[in-house]
Ligand binder design. Sequence first.
Ligand SMILES: Nc1nc2c(c(=O)[nH]1)N[C@H]1C(S)=C(S)[C@@H](COP(=O)(O)O)O[C@H]1N2
Ligand SMILES: [Mo]
Length: 376
Amino acid sequence: MWFDRRDDRMAYENPMDDAPPVSGGIVKPLPPEWFVAHDSNAETRWEALAGTGYHVPNDRFFVRNHTTTPLIDAASWRLRVHGRGLRAPRTFDYAELRAMPQVTIDAAVECAGNGRAFYAAQQGTPTPGTPWRLGGIGVARWGGVPLAAVLRSAGLTSGAVDVLGVGLDADYICGGVNHGRVRRPLPIAKALSDVLLALDMNGEPLPPDHGFPARLIVPSWIGVASIKWLGEIEVSDEPILTPWNTVFYRMPRWGPPLTTQVPKSAFELPWDAVLPAGRELELRGRSWSGNGRVVRVEISVDGGASWERATLHGPRPAAGWARWRFTWRPPGPGGYALLARATDESGTTQPLRAPFNADGYLFGAVVAHPVRVIST
Ligand SMILES: Nc1nc2c(c(=O)[nH]1)N[C@H]1C(S)=C(S)[C@@H](COP(=O)(O)O)O[C@H]1N2
Ligand SMILES: [Mo]
């Protein structure tokens, strides 16, 4: 009994991102020039996106695994769709999903903990969990079947309330508690609006680390909504509770489950980049927001005393990101902090300080990116 109670408390106080290291959980190579490894996760280095196009190539896309990447055989794989929000259960195989009308969307997947390291490094208030800088995000062109089409072809009823995707990866065990399969319910309204049952990533079948053979893509919402390695979808006629919408991914912990992401910006530069003095530099970066399209990006090179507009270029779909550039002539050698702040179409601008929360979610404050300018 005493142990049970202690385990409950530990599970509550040690959110999932604080899991013990799991080695060898990611299948793809993680070259150190592209990734920073964090236990079972791998963060994309922003300098690895310099010179890439709008989409993050699959081999550079960040990975966030609660346990380890499962290797699934598409030929024997089945997706079981069931629950009291459907007229009858239905099973789909891979070929059936491929044969349904396919669509593509450009959307970010971003971990709720992206930027968490800055609660400690920039605000002096460390939190437990994976210390992501800003590389816990990627934008890809996802291809597949709208989740609405899958649910409708399975006989959706008007009584449907929640839609629960369940992963086929191993049970998630943390703080001595087995939380079961990774799973998190979506309200039916979101499930029917813009959610994709994705089979493809940037024109190729999903790589194993990113959810092969099928995953959810839930545009604009925190990454954990986008369940990988789907094996089951439950459509309920009442609210569903799982650890992922009750204990984890709430802010504060007694608040409602987190949904949309906050605006953020990042420079396509190494951390502590070394830059040449005495000439004009073109700084490049990207900004994004779960509230919709980015409408303005401003840069400060003087610690926030003055701000100037960056030039946005290329597409900027609501659920993706906006690319920008800014010309800077460093006044002389020395250390500088580069600041970028985005404003989205809801009128939200990145603040200078992110509201503290115990699990370090949604760090949306302007990040001071350190660079060193040297004479050449
Ligand atoms: N089945 C399953 N789905 C999952 C996860 C997981 O560990 N297992 N991690 C989630 C989290 S927390 C994030 S941020 C995204 C990461 O997607 P990616 O690894 O393709 O970048 O997947 C989500 N879907
Ligand atoms: Mo995440």
